[in-house]
Design a protein around this ligand. Structure first.
Ligand SMILES: Nc1ncnc2c1ncn2[C@@H]1O[C@H](COP(=O)(O)OP(=O)(O)O)[C@@H](O)[C@H]1O
Ligand code: SF4
Ligand SMILES: [Mg+2]
Length: 333
């Protein structure tokens, strides 16, 4: 029996910037499959390359960055070789992007209803009446009440949480098969954050939409995702099921990210725990493995070589010599 084709298949995805200070590679040879209906997290500290990975998947890498890939297949179609017009149409109907700051994606001068229906009007031949009905349904999907009134309002009349819901509703208009949500809850307070996460979970459950949820906070990802991709200095260093987190088998960086999640009962007057050291400058990477200077298990080899991301079982990939080629006598507590 052959396995079902993944919804998204990313091979060799790399983004480079040629800067005056030299070339940096903030997204470095990403290889991953997303199955239909999965919710996958992408986690890493600020600057690890999460947003650029999302933008690269959507073919939106900002100038002067350039993208290379062996292929990038969505529903089996390689979008790196599609003509511009076909690509715009295909991504417009198959993929939705949701960003941290909805205000930057919403037009302050247009009513929410107009913005909600705009993309669909361009993409499909649908009557005005039908469009309105769809907009009301999508507003209901994200639990915006009094939707008739809300559609006639402008973005500034919405609260931050409402704007994020409106963005999600907008993303849902064309029934995408993939939603990429980049830190969608980061700017919101904890209660609203939980509500937005619930909305995403419900969309996944009821509409079967595949979701890639990007966050610097592994706590948020553990709450909703079934799998997590952990990113460090442009590379995926671990790809693991959430149920297999917090074991001695995890990447040392993943372990450190989990240790830095504040406990529910933590004293708010105390400083938040953080990972010792700081992420490397991409234009001044240490020799060997980028994580080596911060790794508490580091050994000689890590200072000279970068471990490849290797599969250690059917659902687990990891880039750490200690796990894939441990030196004699090596142990981890
Ligand atoms: N427009 C840009 N020009 C030059 N370098 C960039 C640009 N955008 C991102 N980068 C580089 O890529 C790195 C990763 O960025 P990003 O993907 O936004 O990280 P994250 O979302 O994980 O915080 C940044 O630290 C920066 O060095
Ligand atoms: S390869 Fe070395 S530096 Fe990298 S995570 Fe493993 S032990 Fe640490
Ligand atoms: Mg980001």
């Amino acid at each position: 029996m052959s396995l079902p084709q993944p919804l998204l298949q990313v091979r060799g995805l790399t983004v480079r910037f040629d800067l005056e200070s030299g070339t940096i590679v903030p997204v470095n040879d990403i290889n991953v499959d997303l199955a239909e209906g999965e919710i996958v997290g992408l986690v890493g500290e600020s600057g690890s390359g999460k947003s650029l990975t999302a933008l690269a998947i959507a073919q939106l890498v900002p100038h002067p960055g350039f993208l290379t890939a062996q292929h990038l297949r969505l529903r089996g179609e390689d979008i790196t070789t599609m003509p511009a017009e076909a690509l715009r149409y295909f991504l417009g109907s198959e993929m939705a992007m949701i960003f941290q700051d909805p205000m930057s994606s919403l037009n302050p001068a247009l009513k929410i209803g107009t913005q909600l229906t705009e993309a669909t009007r361009v993409h499909r031949r649908v009557s005005g009446k039908e469009l309105r009905k769809m907009a009301l349904e999508r507003m209901a999907d994200v639990h915006i009440s009094a939707a008739e009134t809300r559609l006639r309002q402008y973005p500034h009349e919405f609260s931050g949480g409402m704007r994020q819901r409106a963005m999600i509703a907008m993303g849902l208009m064309n029934s995408p098969s993939l939603i990429i949500a980049d830190e969608p809850t980061t700017a919101l307070d904890v209660t609203i954050q939980a509500q937005i996460i619930d909305v995403l979970r419900e969309i996944n459950r009821e509409q079967g939409t595949t979701i890639m949820l990007i966050s610097h906070d592994i706590g948020v990802i553990i709450e909703i995702c079934s799998r997590v991709l952990v990113m460090y200095a442009g590379r995926i260093v671990e790809d693991v099921k959430i149920s297999e987190l917090m074991t001695a088998d995890n990447h040392p960086y993943t372990e450190a990210l989990i240790a830095a999640v504040p406990a529910f009962d933590s004293n708010r007057d105390e400083p938040l725990p953080s990972i010792p050291g700081r992420p490397p400058d991409l234009d001044n990477l240490p020799p060997g493995y980028a994580f080596a200077p911060r790794c508490k298990y580091v050994f000689e080899r890590c200072h000279h070589e970068t471990p490849p991301l290797l599969r250690i079982d059917e659902t687990h990939r990891i880039a750490c010599f200690l796990r894939t080629e441990p030196p004699e006598g090596a142990t981890r507590e």
